[in-house]
Ligand binder design. Structure first.
Ligand code: ADP
Ligand code: ZN
Ligand code: ZN
Length: 743
């Protein structure tokens, strides 16, 4: 039984920066838990506060520590639950209490909810359709898009029009002046999509979908709340399953959170949820201001919402009776926070669900190795959908060996086979997507003649090239000079592999001068909403070929795409990260899944220097099981997560010397702490893969241990050590458990 409790006396944001310590009276020692509301003496007053954590370590002179008076709320209310979650996150992932609390509690804003505007048609449908035809002929794209959406939906919320449809306010005003639409203002928050009855649709789930829903709901009705992993191929109807589950949970008076990577949170996806759940659903995304976001949280707390959709941070919506958490595209790396506390939304969702007695459904066509490992171990329950809806077949895939192309004298980025298939599509008026794998652009060095990649002799990860040509291993610091010839075949065509989307666009245009080409990458999507605009232009068949990075892999259905070309499949294979094969498999499988989503069957061409690599072979065969078997064998041999656990300690400082010396000192301490536990691997300190970032020098230490909690204990002791000795005042230390990106 802990003797002391650290308490925050007010949860307004300015006051979060510290806790006060109180002694737990004997009679409360059995019952007190994090998140409970208590009454404590504060100066001459008595105030309420929340228990943040229980501890045996006194922070002050014991004689000065006062006692908790009483428990205000025996059960943990919603704020308390989030505070308890923050305490858990701080423990699991490191960092300060303040950082953890700011992650889970929304920022209060002075700004009040503004009036809501919606837009609806002011003329009969027939007339609107006529006008739509005129706009389309005149290529008034924005006007046409607005009319089309209004014909479909009846009424739309202003911000849906400007944010999701990419139609500017001036266009709406122009249509209002023309008497075509009417702008309606309301004081209260209203339904973004008014005529739901009209649009109400209900698909009948197929047998496989129904079986998944039944399995989850049978448990649920028996109050068995657990975590499910829904492994369903692309287009197998996972989203419909989510919606059915949500409808069931909501009908029981509980609420649901749906996490979707921001990039997949497109107009299409949002509309599906709107059409089913109407004004009970809301969205959170990074475009909302702090005030808007806070309002959504308030509405959720007041019981005005039943479903919130959003990226990672939507997990902390203060629903009073949360019953279900869905995480779509569970394998996405964006579910891991890059800020302290570096939490993973999957693990944190499972913990939040445990506190709230809720279920969790993780969905993916290509589950993370981590989640699948847990499912196999029985920790998650595995559910599968292995067929596409409506007899649609998975695409046919072939691999092209780029070394053969090189030998045949083809120096183009497009293989002969892919070129021929694109030509065929252009003749048939079908669409092509060219996917350029840009993950792992971080300068690995390979041979164009034989595909050989320069690797670290100690760690089996590729070396990265730094300025001046030095090649470095980011795991162990091994270094070697630049090579002039390939050590494997002697060719002089060796170097860093880089090819930008822009360059590819130029090459494609000159090869197929008649084709209409769209490009999507960081450059073309920098402007607000251009992402959505490019996708809808392509969906409307305004182009024949779409070239893009991993951005094009998500979000939209393109029924006329019958060919997907993957230009440099290997890029992600050679990043210095043990996830390389997993990411490659996921990217290739998801990209391939873009082909043949309509009635026409699809074809996929994967261009690679490494046609026999298991991630490429299994992605081509869409064979997850085979991939997993080989991948988990590799992780086992190398003691990588999820078989073992990993903790990366990153030390950053202005002076390289400070970072190096500090990291060395921490490594020694860690080694000493680890000795007690036994079985600890410590590698480093070494330069981080980005050795200098924002003027800070970065050193990393890698720890591996079979048990996660041993690493947590080491983190606790290091945090304590750092706090005790003010010696690291000039150095920032960050902890990252089972990192998504190494270094
Ligand atoms: P996933 O999320 O697995 O990619 P979706 O739920 O988006 O799959 O479904 C793919 C397509 O099939 C969508 O257009 C969806 O409307 C349709 N669909 C899903 N389930 C059914 C069903 N039971 N009957 C008819 N169409 C369905
Ligand atoms: Zn190495
Ligand atoms: Zn070679």
């Amino acid at each position: 039984m802990a003797e002391f409790a650290n308490i925050i006396v007010d949860i307004s944001l300015e006051k979060l920066d510290r806790t006060f310590q109180y002694r737990i009276p004997e009679r409360l020692r059995e019952v007190l838990a994090p998140g409970m509301q208590v009454r404590v003496p504060f100066g001459s007053r008595s105030v309420t506060g929340y228990v943040m954590e229980l501890t045996d370590t006194a922070e002050y002179d014991i004689s000065r520590i006062r006692e908790i008076k009483s428990v205000v709320q025996n059960s943990v209310a919603i704020e308390g639950q989030l505070i308890a979650l923050a305490a858990w996150m701080r423990k699991q992932y490191g960092g300060t209490m303040n950082q953890a609390l700011k992650t889970v509690l929304p920022v209060k804003a002075a700004k009040r909810a503004v009036e809501q505007k919606t837009v609806r048609l002011a003329v009969p449908d027939v007339e609107a359709k006529n006008q739509l035809g005129t706009y389309q002929r005149k290529h008034n794209v924005a006007r046409a898009r607005l009319l089309e959406a209004l014909l479909e939906q009846g009424e739309l919320e202003w911000h849906v029009i400007t944010h999701k449809l990419n139609v500017s306010g001036s266009v709406v005003k122009a249509l209002e002046e023309a008497g075509l639409v009417q702008i309606v203002s309301r004081r209260n928050y209203r339904n973004p999509v008014a005529h739901l009855e009209k649009k109400e649709y209900r698909l009948t789930l197929n047998d496989a979908q129904q079986r998944v829903v039944d399995t989850v709901m049978e448990d649920y009705d028996r109050q068995i709340y657990r975590t499910y992993l829904l492994k369903g191929v692309t287009g197998s109807g996972k989203t419909e399953v989510y919606m059915e589950l949500i409808a069931r949970v909501v009908s029981k008076g509980r609420q649901a959170v749906v996490l979707i990577p921001e990039i997949a949170l497109t107009y299409q996806t949002v509309m599906r949820f709107y059409n089913r759940f109407g004004d009970k659903v809301s969205i959170i995304n990074s475009r909302l201001s702090a005030g808007e976001k806070f309002d959504q949280f308030e509405r959720a707390k007041a019981g005005k919402l039943s479903v919130v959709i959003g990226p990672r941070s939507a997990l902390f919506v203060p629903f009073p009776n949360l019953g279900l958490i869905i995480i779509d595209e569970e394998h996405e790396t964006s579910y891991k926070s890059e800020n302290t506390p570096r939490y993973h939304a999957r693990e944190t969702a499972v913990e939040r669900a445990r506190m709230a007695h809720a279920s969790v459904v993780l969905g993916s066509a290509t589950p993370s190795v981590e989640a699948y490992y847990r499912a196999k171990a029985g920790e998650y329950r595995l559910l599968t959908l292995d067929k596409r809806v409506g007899e649609r077949r998975l695409p046919v895939c072939e691999v092209v060996d780029l070394r053969d192309e090189f030998r045949a004298g083809n120096r183009s980025i497009l293989s002969r086979r892919l070129t021929a298939l694109i030509e065929e599509r252009l003749l048939k008026g079908q669409q092509t997507m060219l996917f350029i794998n840009r993950r792992g652009i971080a300068g690995f060095v390979s041979c164009r003649a034989c595909g050989h990649v320069i690797k670290c002799p100690h760690c089996d990860v590729s070396l990265s090239q730094h300025t001046g040509g030095r090649m470095i291993c980011h795991y162990c610091g091994y270094e070697e000079p630049e090579r002039a010839v390939c050590p494997s075949c002697g060719s002089r065509y060796i170097g860093g592999f880089r090819a930008g989307t822009e360059k590819i666009e130029m090459m494609v245009k000159s090869r197929f001068p008649s084709a209409r080409v769209l490009r999507m990458d960081m450059d073309t999507t920098r402007k607000k909403d251009s992402y959505e605009a490019i996708l809808s232009a392509f969906a409307n068949q305004e182009a024949d070929i779409l070239i893009g990075t991993q951005m094009i892999v998500k979000g939209h259905d393109f029924p006329h795409v019958t060919l997907v070309g993957i230009l440099a499949a290997d890029m992600s294979l050679h990043v210095s990260d043990y996830h390389a094969a997993e990411r490659t498999f996921q990217l290739l499988t998801q990209a391939a899944g873009r082909a043949g989503r309509g009635i026409l069957p699809g074809e996929v061409v994967i261009q690679t220097y490494d046609p026999l690599h298991y991630s490429i072979v299994t992605a081509c065969g869409q064979d997850y099981e085979a991939f997993y078997r080989q991948e988990i064998a590799y992780r086992t041999i190398m003691s990588y997560p999820p078989v073992w656990n990993m903790l990366v300690i990153c030390c950053a400082a202005k002076e390289e010397q400070t970072a190096a010396a500090g990291a060395m000192q921490l490594a020694e301490k860690t080694r000493a702490f680890g000795e007690a536990a036994g079985g600890l691997y410590l590698i480093g300190p070494a330069d981080a893969s980005i050795a200098k970032l924002k003027d800070l020098y970065r050193k990393v230490i890698y720890l591996k241990h079979e048990k996660y909690q041993v690493l947590v204990a080491i983190k606790d002791r290091l945090e304590h050590y750092i706090r005790e000795h003010g010696i690291f005042a000039n150095m920032n230390v960050q902890f990252d458990f089972n990192p998504m990106n190494i270094g």
